[in-house]
Every structure is written in C-alpha cells, then in structure tokens.
Design a protein around this ligand. Structure first.
Ligand code: ADE
Ligand code: ZN
Length: 347
C-alpha cells in the first residue's frame, strides 16, 4: 500500500466513509431479510409467523448473545420457499449495498436451513445466483456466493450438503462455517473442508466471535482457511496476533453485530482500531444488517465516531476489503485505483 492519505477534518470523515468504494465480505444473506420483507413473503407463501406485525417482530431483536439471535434468525428464514423469494431477498440487499458504495460483495448463504424444510438446493442457489448476475447488470455491483455449513449440525450433514451443491459448483466461489460457535470447534469439520479444498473452493470460517483464540488457530491450521470471519478474540493471544499480521490473514470484522450480540459492551470498547494498529488485515462488514441495526455505511460511520479512527484507517479498511476478496488481481487493482482517486479528489 503506497498511497499517501491526506488528513481529513473529523466532521468530513463520515462523508468520506460513505463515498469510498468498498467490498463487503461478511454478509449472511438471510440476515438481510428486513421484517417488512419477512411479512410480505409470509403472506405470499401462506407461512405463519408468531409475531403480530412488523413492529412486534422488530422489538424482539434484543439479543444477549449469538444463540439468542440465531433462534430468531432461523425462524425468519422460514418464509423463504421459492426461487423468487431468494432472488427478492438478495436483490433488496444489493440495492442497499449499492447505496453504500459497495462495489463488490461475497454473500454467505446457509442451505441446510432451507433443505431441512424441503426447499431444494437448486431453488436456493439459482435464486441467489440470478440476483448476483442482475446486481452486476443493473447496479454495477459484482457478487459471488459462499456456501456455509452450520457448525451445530454434524460433519456428515455438511458432506450431504456439499454433495447436493455439486451440480451448482460453478455458481459457488467458496465454503464457510457459521452458526453456534462455542462447543463446535473448526476441527469438527476437518474432513469436509479437506474435500472442499480438493474441489478448489476458497475456504473461510467464523472463528473467535464468541469462541476462544484456539478456534482461530485450528481454523487456520486444520481447516486451512484464507480468511477468518470475526476473529476479534485474537486480541487475547499475542502469538496469534503475530501470526495473523505476518501472514496477512484477513479478519472480516462486524462491529454492529458485536455490539448487538454483546461481544463488546459498547462501540467505544470495540477493538477494531487495535487490530488495525497491530498490523492485522481487518475489514468492516455488516454480518446480519436487518437484525443488527445497520448496513455497511452505518458500521463504518458509527464505529469511526466511537473509536476516533482516521482517514488513514478508512483507506486501509477499504483497501483490505479488496485485497482480501476472491476476485482477480486485475479486478482488485481496478477497485484500488478508484479508491485512490476517491481519496485524492475528496475535499
Ligand atoms: N449466522 C448468521 N450470523 C452469524 C454470526 N454472527 N455468527 C455465526 N453464525 C451466524
Ligand atoms: Zn457472520
């Protein structure tokens, strides 16, 4: 990174954060389902949801930890039945992403949540993929799909899901690992990740969101992942911090998620600035924006306001997001040139 960032007055920083081009690398597409769309899809599909209205559902979004969120998140996803539902959900996300100057997005999806309810892998993947194609055409946002295994289920279940996905191999760029972390360490999925590596998928995993640094070590050394999703607990282990910095392992950090799920008591205490200042390749992401109170630019502006980060941090975060993405070297260079131009021309 050779670009010199000019100082920016604190009152101008939010505008710069909003305007700069950026990539989103940690968004669960089912976590972008806004209550309004949940109710619209429930009606369209004749699915009953146990809340009287949008306001009642939204007021249930008071979480104490990851599991308290996951219970509501999986219930919300139950309204998704047809290919068009998956398309509509992803399309709504892409419209918001484009408004936030997200120019590239890598979307997590949880097929086991849907196949367990009798929705086919084909329905899920084709609906999401069609929305990705249209996002490029209509909004200029490039996008790809990362299929996640639910870690509270068995490795055998993950293998079955992988098998179902094979006819759609070309529509999936990578494999991830999500859901309840504590008690479900990465090494539980060693064999299925080894198979995914042989198949040529990019590999990522949630680790160190609520779970210990040991889970980050095994995600790296047993699963062989290229990025760590969250990873904020790495701060507890100096040797791990050195390893992550030395190998430039990207962390897809999600500040408003961490706040809502009580990983940090307030945003001022969030360790994103410390991770960056220690030389780690951290990025900013929204995780489940419909549930956590903000999309990309909300994550940026609120976290910068709370931690006093600077324009230099902003540049580093946006640059890291492109460097850590699964796009070609040429596409990365193109995005970074536009990022440089944005900072150059900002006043
Ligand atoms: N699935 C959706 N959001 C998640 C999160 N923050 N952690 C683990 N699994 C998830
Ligand atoms: Zn996540």
């Amino acid at each position: 990174m050779t670009f010199t960032v000019k100082p920016v007055a604190p009152d101008r920083l939010p505008d710069l954060l909003r305007q700069m081009p950026k990539a989103e690398l940690h968004i669960h597409i089912e976590g972008s389902l806004e209550p309004e769309l949940i109710f619209a899809l429930a009606e369209r599909n004749g699915v009953r949801i146990p809340y009287a209205n949008v306001e009642a559902l939204r007021s249930a979004y008071a979480f104490t930890n990851l599991q308290s969120f996951l219970d509501i998140y999986y219930a919300g996803a139950s309204v998704l039945l047809r290919e068009q539902d998956f398309y509509d959900m992803a399309h709504a996300y892409f419209v918001k992403a484009a408004q936030d100057n997200v120019v590239h997005a890598e979307l997590f999806f949880d097929p086991q949540t849907h196949t367990a309810r009798g929705v086919s892998m084909e329905t899920v993947v084709n609906g999401l993929h069609r929305a990705c194609v249209d996002a490029q055409k209509e909004l200029g946002v490039s996008a790809s799909l990362i299929m996640c295994f639910l870690r509270h289920l068995s490795e055998e279940d993950a293998f079955a899901s992988l098998e179902q996905a094979m006819p759609f191999r070309e529509k999936i760029v990578g494999i991830g690992l999500d859901s309840g972390e504590v008690g479900n360490p990465p090494e539980k999925f060693a064999s299925v990740f080894a198979r995914c590596r042989e198949l040529g998928f990019h590999l990522v995993a949630h680790a160190g969101e609520e779970g210990p640094p040991a889970y980050i070590w095994t995600a790296l050394d047993v699963l062989g992942v290229e990025r760590i999703d969250h990873g904020v607990q790495a701060i507890k282990d100096p040797a791990l911090m050195q390893r992550l910095a030395k190998d430039r392992v990207a962390l897809t950090v999600c500040p408003l998620s961490n706040l809502k799920l009580c990983v940090f008591p307030d945003l001022t205490s969030h360790n994103l600035r410390k991770l960056l200042d220690a030389g780690l390749a951290a990025t900013v992401n929204s995780d489940d924006p419909a549930y956590f109170g903000g999309y990309m630019n909300d994550n940026f502006t609120r976290t910068f306001a709370a931690t006093g980060m600077t324009a230099q941090h902003a540049y580093t975060l946006a640059c890291n997001s492109f460097e850590a993405s699964f796009i070609s070297a040429q596409a990365k260079a193109g995005h970074i040139a536009l990022l440089d131009a944005c900072f150059e021309g900002f006043n």
